[in-house]
Design a protein around this ligand. Structure first.
Ligand SMILES: Cc1cc2nc3c(=O)[nH]c(=O)nc-3n(C[C@H](O)[C@H](O)[C@H](O)COP(=O)(O)O)c2cc1C
Length: 206
C-alpha cells in the first residue's frame, strides 16, 4: 500500500491557502492511488522544537553524542519520510523563505551520517528519491513578470532536499493572496488548471 506524507507548515492550519493547495494535490494523487494512506504531519503550529544542544554537537562532530531529545524526534521524522511514496509539503512564504516551522523540520530530517554522508565528493544524500510536491502560498508574487521580491524559498528547498537524495520536486503556488479574494480566486483557478494538466499527463494510460 502506498503512503502519502503531508507536511503542513502554515500557522493557519486547515484555513491556510497552502493547505488548500496541498489538499488538491493529495486529491489528484488519491485518484491515481485510491488505497493510499495519507499521513498528516502538522508542523505549522510549532510542534517541532528547535534542535537541542546534544544534536547540534553531534552535527558538528564525527559521531552521534546522544540518543535522546532532538535525536528521537529526528529519527521519528526521518522514518516517516523514508516510509512515504509521495511527499506533499504545504507551505507559505515567510520573509522570502520557508517559515521557521519548516526550517525546524528540515533541521531534524537533514542529519549527518543518517540522511546524508560527507566525503571527497561533498555531501551525498542517502534517501531513495520519490516525488515531492511543494504547494506554496504567498502574499505577493515571487516568480514571473509581476514578481516584486526575491525568492529564496524554491532554490533553498531544491538545494536542501537534493542534499538528502530528494530530486524529484514539483512546485505549485498560489501567489499574490494579499490582492484580495477575487484576484486570489483567479490565481487559484490558474494554479488548479496547471495541476490538472500536470496530473493528467503524468497519469495518462500508456
Ligand atoms: C511572518 C510572515 C512573513 C511573510 N512574508 C512574506 C513574504 O516574504 N513574501 C510574501 O509574498 N508573503 C509573505 N507573507 C504572506 C503570506 O505568504 C501569505 O499570507 C500567504 O498567503 C499565507 O499562506 P497560508 O495561508 O498558507 O499560511 C508573510 C506572512 C507572514 C505571517
Amino acid at each position: 500500500m502506498k503512503t502519502i506524507l503531508h507536511v503542513s507548515c502554515s500557522p493557519r492550519g486547515q484555513a491556510a491557502e497552502s493547505y488548500r493547495l496541498s489538499q488538491a494535490i493529495i486529491g489528484f494523487l488519491l485518484k491515481k492511488e485510491p488505497e493510499a494512506i495519507v499521513v498528516e504531519r502538522v508542523i505549522g503550529n510549532g510542534m517541532i522544537a528547535h534542535v537541542d544542544e546534544a544534536y547540534a554537537i553531534s552535527q558538528a562532530s564525527s559521531a552521534d553524542v546522544s540518543t535522546e531529545g532532538s535525536m528521537v524526534q529526528s529519527e521519528e521524522l526521518i522514518r516517516e519520510l523514508e516510509a512515504a511514496d509521495f511527499v506533499v509539503i504545504g507551505t507559505p512564504m515567510h520573509n522570502l523563505m520557508v517559515p521557521s516551522a519548516l526550517k525546524a523540520w528540515i533541521d531534524h530530517v537533514v542529519r549527518a551520517r543518517r540522511t546524508f554522508t560527507i566525503g571527497p565528493a561533498g555531501k551525498v544524500g542517502t534517501l531513495r528519491d520519490r516525488p515531492v510536491y511543494i504547494a506554496i502560498a504567498s502574499g505577493g508574487r515571487f516568480s514571473g513578470e509581476r514578481a516584486r521580491q526575491p525568492d529564496f524559498l524554491t532554490p533553498y528547498l531544491k538545494a536542501i532536499l537534493a542534499m538528502i537524495g530528494l530530486h524529484d520536486l514539483t512546485f505549485f503556488s498560489v501567489q499574490g493572496t494579499v490582492a484580495g479574494p477575487d484576484a486570489t480566486d483567479e490565481t487559484r483557478r490558474v494554479t488548479f488548471r496547471a495541476l490538472e494538466e500536470h496530473f493528467s499527463s503524468l497519469f495518462a494510460p500508456s
